[in-house]
Design a protein around this ligand. Structure first.
Ligand code: NAP
Length: 278
């Protein structure tokens, strides 16, 4: 393991709300490593120089968050094929030769969060319904496909974007019109909200669950609050639910491994530490 002091951080604008420093510093402390993870507030017009500066400053790399995930791709030297398919990066790793490599671990985080809730979960158990067609949806759909999903229905308020998913990702992905969204739930095994609806300060997702089988796993990318109105409705009618915090915690693991050389776990202590901040 590297004996030098290892520094990483999260680049975003604004970034003060990010939980990533708490997560990574928890693991640095847990493994008794010599290093630190900080906040890098970077305005959009400074993104290129900030990314180029990672190597010059001797940093191990950084996470990339809103609003930089798409634009940051253009300023790294190499983008992992998975991140290319997603169309965004959330992690940069500075290589020993100084090259900047971009990755996207959001979809990994999502799949791991489902496995935390249901260790025997399989992507091909039945149809998946994805509400939303933004960045989180792209990461989740690509990862579900790679996990073996064969029937993913994307439903978005702006239907054209859902249709683009269907065109781009092939036969396993179809689009359903927003006004038919409740019919699409009838045989679903997995339902995920990837819109910002239900987030603190936003109205609840406008979706009745009455057609959804009670066995369907219901998940939300939103983690503020931990239980959105959508997840609450699902829980009260008897569906198993997964909130967005697991996705956030698990996406951090491969990045931590790349920078600090240890693959950390998401344990109860970390989950509760971050949950207390929400
Ligand atoms: P984004 O790219 O801006 O996409 C937003 C999506 O929400 C679009 O599909 C948009 O539909 C939809 N939407 C917005 N307002 C709506 C409304 N009133 N009714 C119906 N749909 C609406 O955002 P994103 O990056 O995908 O993030 C989405 C959410 O996921 C955020 O809450 C974010 O915090 C969360 N997230 C969580 C994690 C995690 O680790 N847990 C990771 C990434 C993102 P239109 O196309 O019609 O505008």
């Amino acid at each position: 393991m590297n004996n030098s002091f290892i520094i990483a951080g999260v680049m975003g604008w604004p970034v003060a709300h990010s939980r990533s420093p708490l997560i990574h510093n928890h693991w640095i402390h847990q493994f008794n490593l010599s290093g630190a993870y900080g906040f890098f507030p970077v305005q959009p017009n400074n993104l290129e120089s900030a990314i180029r500066g990672l190597q010059a400053l001797g940093l191990a790399g950084c996470n990339i968050t809103i609003p930089h995930k798409v634009n940051a791709m253009t300023y790294v030297d190499w983008v992992h094929p998975l991140a290319k398919r997603i169309g965004a990066i959330n992690t940069i790793v500075v290589q020993p030769d100084g090259a900047l490599h971009g990755f996207n671990n959001d979809g990994f985080g999502y799949i791991q969060s489902l496995l935390d809730a249901q260790p025997n979960w399989r992507a091909n158990t039945g149809p998946t319904v994805v509400i939303g067609a933004g960045g989180a949806a792209r990461a989740i759909v690509v990862s579900l496909l790679d996990a073996g999903a064969t029937d993913i229905r994307v439903i978005n308020r702006t239907h054209d974007k859902a249709e683009e998913f269907a065109q781009e990702f092939g036969a396993a992905v179809s689009s359903v019109k927003w006004n038919a969204r409740e019919d699409a739930l009838a045989d679903a095994a997995l339902l995920v909200n990837t819109t910002s609806q239900g987030m603190h300060g936003e109205p609840a997702l406008n979706l009745s669950l009455s057609n959804l089988p009670k066995s369907a796993l219901v998940s939300d990318a939103v983690y503020i609050p931990l239980e959105t109105p959508f997840l609450k409705e699902a829980r009260l009618r008897g569906n198993p639910t997964v909130n967005g915090l697991g996705m956030l915690l698990h996406q951090a693991r491969p990045a931590f491994q790349a920078w600090f050389g240890v693959m950390p776990e998401v344990d109860q202590a970390l989950y509760e530490k971050i949950a207390r901040t929400i």
